[in-house]
Every structure is written in structure tokens, then in C-alpha cells.
Design a protein around this ligand. Structure first.
Ligand code: C2O
Ligand code: CU
Length: 581
């Protein structure tokens, strides 16, 4: 029996001395068959799966990215990193940088200020489901579990598709799509990017499993049968340990769980079941019965030559532990009090003037503009506190030092994982399916709610998320179902814009804009004279969807072309505003 793990971790504890860790990456198309079906995937340095990145807390990470894709742009986001002081390194294409053109290079440099389990992934259009993602682990020099655990193990979970994302999304976003709003359905599930689901264990020893969900769409249920798992961290933040038999990990979430191997010689099974259902708690949410066609029984292997006979089956539904009740292990605020600023985001699907299905916040989808919002914030002077200058990116201005509550009302019959860049929020309240929109008051879930960066919001229900505006920058808030991001399911938190005025950007970041033919100063359309002049703003997502496609023979971007087309269209038909829910 061969035990393979695509992501083998180095020594357990981090060193106390801060280092600079440099990676040189070329981003290439390669062929891989993680589930037995060969297809082109996006790899790094000619390899796929993409490499594990592992640093110590306090280290500076430098990643030199060279785009060798030829036909697509790219950009890499460091999911869960605060990027405090370096908002230009967040990798969110269209919010904090221009896309990196084929043939261009771009350097990310930032600090790993918190320990824990993270991941990196492409953040340009729907690119990461094509494979450009990997685990990112920050070791804690003062790891409270170091003495207890024998070893760290990474287990990544992902839905997987046999088609590339561009044709999948083009089909979804076609005005002729009769299955309106129905996202691409996965073809399979892969663990550790197609690596082994056997985890080497030693009798009586204790392990920390770092679960990461890389999915484009699906959550997953994870259970170790009768073995209790102790959940000690979520999304890179310690929680007061919670015991569970089953957890549900949504797209982009991470859980660190501690497991102690029994003293028996039996290889113990564990089950991972992909949850691609609209709402696992509600059989009426779907015309089909709730199913879990993609599931896998793996083993904690104490005896590689022994039997692998015990199995765990999917039986009916799952009842996972309620993560909204978790408490922070590091903060102790007894009462959180009132917020200074409350942002209400009502989510529902909608249709744009092209007849394209879209995902709307307060009636509007996010539409890529020509100038990244962070560059606009840096270059329009006093006007940067006026949301108009950012264009149709669902901008919200956050005042520095304020306590912010985001209330998400989900008017859809499915569950959605909401993610905030640049911050970890406390989940003050997150009721189950059918609670309706926010009633106007909060019944705080726990004394000191735990922090995380991605939270599941249940169907026809809501969540109240709190954070401190202590990180000047432009931070996306979006559903982490990548298919929904492609439908415009994002907002932009423009945080402490006064402190962003005059901000300087590295030359290679400016050059990236030049290479894709986009302006890098002024308002959303690059108007520098009058930032309130909205000429050239983009109102509609491109139809057909082009994803990250880029024609190297032309510096005409889809955004620039779209803006031109729209100016023509606006003249002929006065159809704005155009969004309906
Ligand atoms: Cu995983 Cu916008 O992020
Ligand atoms: Cu969604």
C-alpha cells in the first residue's frame, strides 16, 4: 500500500525569527487527470497540483509570478491574509490590481501576520476551478497544540469539472439558458487534488488535520464515524475547542481538527461527501431528492497491510455542528454593543439588459470597470469618499476606526458562502433556513463569537457579521461560489479612503495595467479631470462571457470594448436602470 500525500508538511513548529521566503512561479497550462479524466489545468512551474506554500508567522512572503498561459490573464489572491498595510498585494483583479497579461510578470510581497490554514487561488474571473489554487500554511511559533500533536496533515476537498470554466460559464450566462441561474454541476470530487485518501496514522497518536475546501460550488460533509474530532481553528483563527462528529465545510472555508488515533490495529474509515445541493436542510428546496453522488471513504491507516473493510455510507442527510455558535479562543469581549455603521446587503438573482442571468446585491451585479477601485481611491483626491467614482462595483465607503456590521439577507432558496477580504469577521448571528430577512435586532449567538473569513448564509435567511475598520484598502465581499462571482455576486468595501489618497504602487503593478491597455488612475473609467464624470463606466457584464481570455495581439480589453459598445447602445436605447430581481 503506497501512502501518498500531495502536500507533505515540513517540521511542525515555526521558528521565532522572521524570514523572507521567496517563490518564483511560472503559471502554465499542463495536463492532469486527478479523477482519471485527462484535461488541461493551470499549474505552477509545469506541475499540477500547485505547490504547498508554507511559512512561519511573521515571515515576509515574496511571490514572483510570470504568466505563461498564452491565452489568459491571471492574478493570485492569498485567501484569508489580512494584507494589512499592503492592500495592493491582495491579488483581487479589478479591485486591487489589473489582470496580469500573458507574458507579463508581477510580484506579490506581504507579511504572514497570523498563523493558520489558508489557501491561494487565482482571482481573475472564473479561473481557479481550472486548477490554479493551492494550500498556504502559516506555522505558529507559539502553537498551543504543538505538544499535543504528532503531525499536521493537509486534506483538501474540491468539486471537479471535466470542462474548462470558460465554456461552462458561457453556457450558464447565455440568455438562451433555460436552466436559468443553475450553476455548472460538478463531474466528480477530488481529495488532495486527486492524491490518496489514505492518511498515515500511528496507533494512539494525535494529529491535526487541516481541512481546506477548494470548490467552485460545493460544500462537503466530513465525518470520522464514531471518532470525535476536536475543532480548534476555523479560517486561520483559533476557536474555543468544539467536539463534533460531522462538520460541513463550505467553499473556501478551512477547519483545523484534532484527532486521536485509537489503540486498535484497525484502519479507521472517514467519509467526505460533496454537498452540491441547494439546501441540505430542506428537501423541498429542490425538485430532486437531496443526494450526495460524490463521496469518498478514506482511511486513517495504522496498518498499511491490514484490511480496509469498514466503510461509512451516506445515510439520508447530515447534521453538522453549528459553526455560528463557536467562540473565539483569543478575544473575550463580553458584550459587543452597537455598530457604528451597518451595511445591508440583500442578495437575489436578477437579469440584466442583455437578458443574462446575474447575481445582484441590492438589485445590482458587480461589473468590472477599467480602473481597479484601489487605484481610483489613490488617485481621485477628495472625491474618493464618493462611491460614484468607483463605478458599478457595489461600493461601500467605510470610515476608519469604526465598528462595521454587514447584514446579509439571502432571498434565495440555496445556501451561499460569503467571504470578506482583508478581515476576519465575528459571526454575531446566523440562523438556519427560513428565518427570513434580518428582523432589526441581533440575538448574539455567543458571548464572544469566533472570527472567520467565510460564512455560510442559509436559504431565505440572514447573517450579521462584525469587524473593525482598521485596515485601509479596497476589500471584496462576495459569495465564494465562483460561478456566482461570474454572475456579479460581489461588493467592494472601500475602507478608510482618506488614508489611501496618493498611495503609490510598484512599477510592475502599473505596467500590468499598461499591458492590458487599462488606465490606472482616475475614476472607474480613467477620467482624471472630473472623477464624477461617469462617461465610460461599464454597466453590463460582457456578453458573451470571456472570462480571463486575452488576445495578446490587441490591447483592447473586454472592459474597454464593452464600454464603447455601451456608449453606442445608450445613445440608441435609453434602457437604464436595467436590473430586475
Ligand atoms: Cu478566496 Cu475573493 O476569495
Ligand atoms: Cu452564491
Amino acid at each position: 500500500m503506497r501512502l501518498t500525500n500531495a502536500f507533505s508538511l515540513l517540521a511542525l513548529a515555526g521558528s521565532a525569527l522572521a524570514d523572507t521566503v521567496t517563490y518564483d512561479w511560472t503559471i502554465d497550462w499542463v495536463t492532469a487527470s486527478p479523477d482519471g479524466f485527462a484535461r488541461p489545468v493551470i499549474g505552477i512551474n509545469g506541475q499540477w497540483p500547485c505547490p504547498l506554500v508554507q511559512v512561519n508567522q511573521g515571515d515576509t512572503l515574496i511571490v514572483n509570478v510570470q504568466n505563461n498561459l498564452g491565452n489568459e490573464t491571471t492574478g493570485i489572491h492569498w485567501h484569508g491574509f489580512t494584507q494589512k498595510g499592503t492592500p495592493e498585494m491582495d491579488g483581487a483583479v479589478s479591485a486591487s490590481q489589473c489582470a496580469i497579461a500573458p507574458g507579463s510578470s508581477f510580484t506579490y510581497q506581504f507579511t504572514a501576520d497570523y498563523s493558520g490554514t489558508y489557501w491561494y487561488h487565482s482571482h481573475v474571473m472564473g479561473q481557479y476551478p481550472d486548477g490554479l489554487r493551492g494550500p498556504l500554511i502559516v506555522n505558529d511559533p507559539a502553537d498551543p497544540y504543538a505538544d499535543l500533536i504528532e503531525e499536521d496533515v493537509i486534506l483538501t476537498i474540491s468539486d471537479w469539472y471535466h470542462s474548462q470554466t470558460i465554456p461552462l460559464v458561457q453556457a450558464m450566462l447565455s440568455p438562451n439558458n433555460t436552466a436559468f441561474f443553475i450553476p455548472p454541476v460538478p463531474d466528480s470530487m477530488i481529495l488532495n487534488e486527486g492524491g490518496s485518501n489514505l492518511i498515515p496514522f500511528a496507533k494512539g497518536k494525535t494529529y491535526r488535520i487541516r481541512l481546506i475546501n477548494f470548490s467552485a460550488l460545493s460544500a462537503a460533509f466530513v465525518t470520522f464515524g464514531s471518532q470525535v474530532m476536536q475543532i480548534v481553528a476555523q479560517d486561520g483563527r483559533y476557536i474555543t475547542p468544539a467536539d463534533a462528529y460531522t462538520i460541513r465545510i463550505d467553499a473556501a472555508q478551512r477547519y483545523d481538527v484534532i484527532l486521536t488515533c485509537s489503540e486498535s490495529d484497525v484502519n479507521e474509515p472517514y467519509l467526505v461527501a460533496l454537498d452540491a445541493n441547494p439546501d441540505y436542510t430542506n428537501p423541498n428546496a429542490t425538485p430532486r431528492p437531496i443526494t450526495f453522488p460524490y463521496n469518498s471513504t478514506g482511511y486513517l491507516v495504522v496498518d498499511p497491510d491490514g484490511a480496509f473493510t469498514e466503510t461509512l455510507e451516506v445515510e439520508g442527510s447530515f447534521t453538522p455542528i453549528d459553526d455560528s455558535l463557536f467562540s473565539s479562543a483569543t478575544e473575550t469581549s463580553a458584550s459587543l454593543g452597537e455598530a457604528d455603521q451597518t451595511i445591508q446587503i440583500d442578495f437575489n438573482f436578477c437579469v440584466d439588459a442583455n437578458g443574462t442571468p446575474q447575481a445582484c446585491f441590492n438589485g445590482r451585479p458587480y461589473v468590472d470597470q477599467q480602473v481597479p477601485a484601489l487605484y481610483t481611491a489613490a488617485t481621485v483626491g477628495d472625491d474618493n469618499t464618493n462611491p460614484i467614482v468607483y463605478g458599478n462595483v457595489n461600493p461601500y465607503i467605510l470610515e476608519s476606526g469604526q465598528t462595521i456590521d454587514i447584514i446579509v439577507n439571502n432571498y434565495n432558496f440555496a445556501l451561499h458562502p460569503f467571504h470578506l477580504h482583508g478581515h476576519h469577521f465575528q459571526v454575531l448571528e446566523r440562523p438556519g433556513t427560513g428565518a427570513g430577512p434580518y428582523p432589526g435586532f441581533t440575538t448574539q449567538s455567543s458571548e464572544c463569537p469566533a472570527f472567520r473569513d467565510t460564512v455560510t448564509v442559509y436559504a431565505n435567511s440572514y447573517a450579521v457579521l462584525r469587524f473593525q475598520a482598521d485596515n485601509p484598502g479596497v476589500w471584496l465581499f462576495h459569495c465564494h461560489i465562483e460561478w456566482h462571482v461570474d454572475m456579479g455576486m460581489s461588493a467592494s468595501m472601500i475602507e478608510a479612503p482618506e488614508q489611501l489618497r496618493g498611495k503609490q504602487f510598484p512599477q510592475d503593478h502599473i505596467d500590468a495595467c499598461k499591458a492590458v491597455g487599462q488606465p490606472y488612475q482616475g475614476n472607474a473609467a480613467g477620467n482624471t479631470e472630473d472623477p464624477l464624470n461617469t462617461t465610460g463606466f461599464v454597466y453590463l457584464n460582457p456578453q458573451p462571457y470571456l472570462g480571463a481570455l486575452f488576445d495578446p495581439n490587441s490591447v483592447t480589453t473586454p472592459q474597454a470594448k464593452r464600454a464603447r459598445d455601451e456608449r453606442k447602445m445608450k445613445r440608441s436605447a435609453k434602457k437604464f436602470p436595467m436590473f430586475t430581481s
